[in-house]
Design a protein around this ligand. Sequence first.
Ligand SMILES: Cc1ncc(COP(=O)(O)O)c(C=O)c1O
Length: 404
Amino acid sequence: MFKINTNYQKLPGSYLFAAIGKKVREYSAAHPDKKVISLGIGDVTQPLAPAVITALHGAVDEMASAETFKGYAPDLGYEFLRKAIVEGDFASRGCDIQPDEIFVSDGAKCDCGNIQELFSLDNKVAVCDPVYPVYVDSNVMAGRTGTYDPKTETWSDVIYMPCTEGNQFVPELPKETPDLIYLCFPNNPTGSAITKAQLQEWVDYANRVGAVILYDAAYEAYISEPDIPHSIYECEGARTCAIEFHSFSKNAGFTGVRLGYTVIPKDLKCGDVTLHSMWARRHGTKYNGAPYIIQKAGEAVYTAEGRAQTMAQVAYYMENAKTIYNGLKEAGYSVYGGVNSPYVWLKISGSMNSWEFFDYLLENANVVGTPGSGFGPSGEGYFRLTGFGTRENTIEAVERIKKL
Ligand SMILES: Cc1ncc(COP(=O)(O)O)c(C=O)c1O
């Protein structure tokens, strides 16, 4: 008789966005006349940039002829894309990253979820609280998190690093020493950013205690302030302690197209073993690469034309974030984020918890957001709204909230 991985049974409830989707479907079925606006899930709404579309068409045509047809991609991804990435995201920022340290993938979520496979089960994981749920849940599935306490909504073997108004949503170094540290800046869900000096402290700390930082840079394109690092490799010493995840989802609208990459510097070692060689082995065994067509589309993002067009999309979403931020502020809410991030983190006033506020907003303004508690205990009392909607819907949603 087969046996299941019982770690899956430990996962509480359903995945956050599935729970939200269910509530919205039920509400819409009961109130078919209401126009519900979602500023909840972090999906984009703008079509792909013209330069990306042209590259896609060109690559599709290449597939139609025997001379230019492409089959399996190279394990790490096509060199044309890895070179464009290095030039556009690292060399231009003074970061020492080489093309063979880039692993092209079909997005950051899989890589963030899969990376924990490289580490033994007795590694201690530290996460920000609130946090993008994938980091914790993937470790739960692996059996690295101990037991769940439904009262505190925490795992016994996870170090939670509260991110609150008090620390401007940037965690302090933990008292207990972790082995694996997940950091995500600009942050989902709080919309906060980390300065280079603050991130340098984390890099120094990780090198000192022998920890690995798993740095999620999915939102770096939204950085608008000068002192905020776009990559952890802008910090000295990061090559020996950090893995970095990137996504084409939020900077170029690839959520449905799927492309991302992970950086593992060859200097990142446990004894003689490089994490780079382990991830290469894993990639070779379990993954057959992002499609050629999509990698060509990714390359187009780094052309002058592609850059200008995708940055215009980012600016569009940031204008939405500003509309939300300013509108809610006018309505008397305390709001955070929205400056280097498409996410606005609203503090709920009064006695409602974040799921109660979710219901209140859905029922009274027909607006959907994400309850902060879904991201961890320190998210309780907060609510996430995103700038990824259309301009029209964003303006309407904010007007509705202001009228409550
Ligand atoms: C912090 C963070 N990392 C990664 C991802 C997933 O990115 P991708 O679409 O590349 O899988 C998301 C998506 O919302 C995210 O918020």
